[in-house]
Design a protein around this ligand. Structure first.
Ligand code: NZQ
Ligand code: ZN
Length: 389
């Protein structure tokens, strides 16, 4: 096992009516910035639930709303301004990954000496941040309890991430009932994203982390089981709850304890989101099968064997290559069952920008390579996009 450090400081309140726990946190603050998206929380009553609690306290509440999916840096600038002008001491994010990631970038940006986009370009140190509380309304990214923020810069056609424990939320409210209004498509995208997060950490070229990998397999089986239930029965609250917990566990850090991840597929997907504003989970359902096909080699067949047998129940008597082929087929069928696109064509994306995307990715990296399971250069990246066509 590799050495690792793991911080999981987010206090999680899980279950029906867990919003009541806001009552314990709000008295610690004076000026709160409530961040939310384009209105779903107003339609489904979550906004009202939040204010029922906020209104009990002598605090000032400010709002930043209209955060779009694939959130834009301009909203982060707006939020930083509000925080500076009003001495905000808690940012309360009520939404999915886009809202939470915006809150995180604001939290770091208030104290960052430079333009906050520089932080995304350099993934620089964050010395100080504002506390963040989360009310999760969509199960997908794991942003509710992790240290990442992914933000888009539409002008520059870039979608980049920062990773720092300083932006890990202080507390997160996870009420599966709050996800009952999420559409079928967004639910499916969320399930695909969770599954992809596990795959990114699972596919690593060394047999280094037995516990992390067995946890990953168990989590993948659960995501398949409850994802398939949910897609035919969106009101199944048990499945909503299991998927919500899976989203948090998939990216809280335990699955990479003792190993490193790969994350090339996410990097390739972020180019799709930056150019086409495609939902992140849908982009991953397109990229991941192509990546799985492309990076197979006989010396790494053992990993596909583990994946095929332990996740998909494939016959162990088959060769590594046969197991790999069957497990990729099963993965594609899973995404299809979720009614997601599995090729670029199905998402109405052609080959126009493939070389540009590969150049964007490679030019950002001093090593000119991405991924760990297989190191990918520009040619490899182009080939994977082509396989995804
Ligand atoms: O804006 P509103 O009206 O709230 O509607 C949202 C949005 O249209 C809607 N929604 C959310 N909760 C709802 C709801 N609709 C009905 N009922 C509810 N309860 O869902 C739509 C999508 O929301 P969004 O937040 O964009 O989805 P998601 O949680 O999938 O977040 C995606 C973003 O997170 C990034 C992605 O790249 C993408 O930008 N990621 C963040 C990560 C992280 N911080 O660790 C890791 C991921 O790999 C990912 O890159
Ligand atoms: Zn993701």
């Amino acid at each position: 096992m590799k050495n690792f450090s793991l911080e999981m400081r987010t206090k999680i309140y899980f279950g029906k009516n867990s919003i009541e726990n806001l009552n314990n946190h709000i008295p610690d603050y004076n000026n709160i910035l409530l961040v939310y998206g384009k209105g779903s929380i107003k339609k489904n009553g979550i906004y009202e639930d939040i204010y029922k609690i906020l209104n009990k306290f002598k605090i000032n509440v400010y709002e930043l709303n209209n955060i779009k999916p694939n959130p834009e840096i301009t909203k982060v600038y707006e939020g930083i301004k509000i925080c500076k002008e009003n001495k905000i001491d808690l940012i309360l994010a009520a939404g999915g990954g886009s809202v939470i990631d915006t809150a995180k970038a604001i939290s770091a940006g208030v104290y960052y000496q430079d333009d906050i986009w520089e932080l995304f370009l350099k993934d620089d140190k964050i010395e100080k941040s504002i506390d963040i509380g989360v009310i999760l309304t969509l199960s997908a990214t794991g942003s509710e309890a992790n240290a990442n923020s992914v933000i888009q810069n539409d002008k520059r056609k870039e979608k980049l991430a920062i990773h720092n424990d300083m932006i890990r939320p202080k507390f997160a409210i996870l009420d599966p009932y709050y996800t009952l209004t999420v559409s079928k498509y967004q639910t499916a995208c969320g399930v695909a994203d969770i599954f992809a997060h596990i795959l990114e950490q699972y596919f690593y070229p060394e047999k280094d982390a037995y516990i992390a990998d067995r946890l990953a397999e168990s989590l993948m089986r659960s995501v398949i089981k409850f994802g398939e239930i949910l897609i035919t029965d969106l009101n199944n609250i048990e499945a909503r709850a299991e998927i919500m917990w899976a989203s948090t566990l998939a990216l809280i850090g335990i699955l990479k304890a003792g190993k490193y991840g790969d994350w090339a597929s996410h990097t390739l997907e972020h180019e799709l989101s930056a150019y086409y504003d495609i939902a992140h989970g849908a982009g991953l359902a397109i990229i991941f099968p192509a990546w799985l096909k492309y990076v197979y080699s006989d010396d790494k067949g053992w990993k596909y064997r583990e994946y095929g047998i332990n996740v998909w129940g494939i016959n162990p008597d088959l060769t590594d290559k046969e197991i790999a082929e069957k497990s990729i087929e099963k993965t594609i069928n899973f995404f299809k069952k979720l009614e997601l696109p599995v090729t670029l064509k199905e998402a109405n994306i052609d080959d126009k920008y493939i070389t540009e995307w590969a150049e964007n990715i490679i030019n950002r990296l001093p090593s000119k390579e991405i991924g760990n399971f297989k190191k990918l250069n520009k040619e490899d990246i182009i080939n994977i996009y082509k396989l995804a066509l």
